[in-house]
Design a protein around this ligand. Structure first.
Ligand code: ATP
Length: 700
């Protein structure tokens, strides 16, 4: 019997077909699976650049393009109208990468055309400094050398993205961006194979799970084709796959990677993998994240990844705040959550009545409500301090200006005053709840054997203590996903100090699957060039962080006032809608809740549907930059990017009051803008009225 594999490129092609053609494809596949090679009407094409490419009849108009891998195995590559299928089939060539042994495809006709049309450069080329031997060692095919000796600009290289084999293009992009051959080699090191057989396409295909999926039968095939847009369900990047399907980590594992590198996707695959292996004794996987809406999104994606009821029953998807609340109230205890709207006035009151602080210039000032709140969250709750003595002696790491013993006593009693008021109201903040829940969880074993944590960079130490207490320490206990460049709350955590040692079990994802190269290029410029420190106490890096798709340049527009800025926004969103972009695939982000409100009113006034979760209305999502965390949009507008709004005046301590806190706050604002910008998939539109934000000039 002939066996069929699916090429990654087949899914979007299949998705674009109309229903009857999709049915014809399925029928052709079924027939294919039932026949021996002799009975298959596979057509070889005259002028094909690859002797192993064939086409197969789908219906009167459409043909499928198939690659013969050898030993009765075939990979389905594409489905296109007759002439297009022939053009595709004759132009492609499949090769085996000589460094990493994967199956590669190139647009040979396109390469020939490019080589023919490009004159040799007058000055040097991008790869002059790299020897042919090094290029070959990195898997670049020998026959591409004449082409590379024509490339003198990044733009020329970019135009080869769609023509060259992906892995070879990655190598060339790395070299062109200034990486040495040695650095590129080090990135590939884990994938290097010896003696890749250039003629053994089947073995190469089996080494290429990011592009070729071997399906076990019609049920699995139907599952793959059921959601053809969600390519991540089937095709993982080799690093993602290795990380998600590693049989055993000897303890907690930390997976980092900046925006859009597939941390969530990897976490979902890991959760399913772990759940499948659990015994049928009530043991569970906890899949958790920062907020309820993110947890809801995780739940939806999980159900896309698997419909197996046994697996789904074994995975609890819940936001970490809700989890803490459930644990603290499990015995019927009545507790109301104190939101910022309730606590902020209490902190302000306490600050007005309370402690004074000596600034660097020697002036005596009152500490602010925000200072007290942060001191409570970041020092007292973070370190579980329960007495004035303990607070007096503690190291206030990361909190900038020092406090003398007498001041600490004042600060302590001001904070305890607020805590007492909350307690009297039978209220707790989320962080307090996590702290209490951690203590409760430590008393008795839970049903959780594994925990998978997404958006880990923003979890508070108390939340980490809770998660640590919920799973017994040991093999595969904690699988953590985090990006320190997206830290937008104040938690600065050292996992080791929380009893979660990840040393030797950290991996970094570098390929961004969400955002175009152009948008990503702009987004990373917003970040502080100073390295950020990760949850494992080591400096993180963006080296090798890159996108795999190309698109238009982001647009930055300037307006004399807010009204005109909003007019332009209405027009922009209207254009996207007219172009056929679904309302829910459009996002609008702004720094403040106030701006979000006016944008919502403005868009609604222009008859543009705006999403409202409470009322179950689907539409354009308008949210604060904080609210954009974890989401993504085909088209995104980020507006109100002016001085005074970004960075938010209220969120940044003045440098005169506390230079350390000022630096931290500015870093957080930069990360926040980075989070917002990297929500865009294809199109990014930015605007401001009046003076542009100081975080923007690098973009201009
Ligand atoms: N292997 C893959 N193949 C195709 N698409 C992928 C793959 N991995 C991730 N994606 C897609 O890339 C986008 C980003 O993935 P994901 O949300 O998992 O990244 P992330 O690292 O969690 O992002 P962020 O930190 O910015 O929230 C999603 O649309 C996801 O479906």
């Amino acid at each position: 019997m002939a066996e069929l594999a699916i090429d990654r490129g087949f899914l979007p092609a299949y998705a674009k077909l109309q229903r009857p053609v999709q049915h014809a494809v399925l029928a052709a596949i079924e027939k294919f699976a039932a026949h021996t090679h002799a009975g298959l009407h596979l057509e070889k094409l005259a002028g094909a650049r690859d002797p192993n490419v064939r086409t197969i009849r789908i219906d009167q108009f459409y043909r499928g393009v198939v690659l013969a891998l050898g030993r009765q195995r075939y990979a389905l590559l594409n489905v296109l109208p007759h002439d297009d299928a022939n053009a595709f089939a004759t132009s492609r060539r499949f090769t085996v990468n000589q460094a990493i042994g994967v199956l590669e495809v190139r647009d040979q006709a396109g390469i020939e055309e490019f080589t023919h049309a490009t004159p040799p450069p007058a000055t040097g080329t991008l790869f002059d400094q790299i020897s042919t031997a090094d290029l070959k060692r990195l898997g670049v095919d020998g026959d591409l050398m004449p082409l590379l000796r024509l490339i003198s600009t990044d733009k020329q290289l970019e135009s080869l993205a769609a023509l060259l084999p992906q892995a070879q293009f990655d190598v060339l992009s790395g070299l062109a961006s200034g990486m040495s051959a040695q650095d590129v080699w080090a990135e590939m090191a884990e994938r290097i194979v010896s003696n890749a057989d250039p003629d053994d396409l089947l073995t190469a295909a089996q080494r290429t799970p990011e592009r070729i999926a071997f399906v076990s039968g019609p049920v699995e095939l139907a599952a793959v084709l059921a959601h053809p847009f969600d390519v991540w369900r089937t095709f993982l990047h080799p690093t993602q796959r290795d990380v998600a399907y590693r049989p055993a980590y000897t303890g907690p594992a930390l997976i980092t990677g900046s925006a859009g590198t597939g941390k969530t996707v990897t976490g979902l695959h890991r959760a399913v993998f772990l759940a499948r292996r659990l015994p049928e004794d009530g043991s569970k996987v906890l899949l958790t994240t920062f907020t309820r809406s993110l947890a809801d999104a995780l739940g939806r994606q999980l159900r896309l990844l698997t419909t197996d009821p046994v697996v789904l029953r074994r995975i609890d998807v819940v936001g970490v705040d809700k989890l803490a609340h459930q644990i603290v109230t499990q015995n019927g205890k009545k507790i109301t959550v104190a939101t910022d709207a309730i606590t902020d006035p209490l902190w302000e009151e306490a600050a007005e009545a309370g402690p004074t602080q000596v600034t660097r210039t020697g002036a005596i000032t009152r500490v602010s409500g925000a200072f007290l709140k942060r001191e409570w969250e970041q020092v007292i709750l973070a370190q579980q301090l329960t007495s004035a003595e303990a607070y007096r002696e503690t190291q206030r790491k990361g909190r900038g200006a020092g406090l003398r013993a007498a001041q600490r006593d004042q600060v302590w009693s001001a904070i305890m005053g607020v805590v007492a008021k909350l307690s009297k109201l039978r209220m707790r903040t989320h962080t307090q709840l996590a702290d209490e829940a951690a203590i409760i969880a430590g008393r008795a074993p839970s049903s959780y054997r594994h925990v998978v944590v997404d958006e880990g960079q923003d979890l508070h130490p108390a939340q980490w203590r809770l998660l640590r207490a919920l799973v017994p320490a040991g093999e595969n206990d904690m699988f953590l996903l985090a990006d320190p460049y997206q830290r937008i709350y104040d938690s600065q955590v050292s996992l080791t100090r929380l009893g979660i040692p990840v040393r030797g079990r950290t991996r970094r994802l570098t390929v961004n699957y969400r955002t175009t190269h152009e948008i990503l290029d702009l987004s990373v410029k917003v970040l502080d060039p100073d390295a950020v420190v990760g949850l494992d106490d080591t400096p993180d890096t963006l080296s090798g962080y890159r996108s795999i798709t190309r698109g238009g340049m982001p647009e930055l527009t300037s307006h004399p006032n807010r009204d005109e800025e909003f007019e332009a926004l209405i027009e922009r969103v209207g254009t996207w809608l007219e172009q056929g972009v679904e309302p829910h695939a459009i996002g609008v982000a702004a720094r403040s809740g106030r701006l979000v409100k006016s944008i919502t009113t403005t868009l609604a006034g222009a008859y543009i549907p705006v999403a409202d979760d409470k009322q179950g209305i689907d539409g354009v999502r308008v949210a604060t930059m904080h609210g954009m965390k974890g989401l993504e949009f085909q088209c995104l507008a980020v507006v109100g990017l002016e001085l005074g709004v970004l960075p938010s005046v209220n969120a940044v301590t003045s440098a005169a009051e506390d230079p350390h806190a000022h630096r931290q706050d500015m870093q957080r604002e930069r990360c926040l803008l980075f989070v917002a910008l990297t929500r865009a998939r294809d199109v990014l539109y930015l605007s401001h009225s009046g003076q542009p934000s100081e975080l923007l000039p690098a973009l201009a």
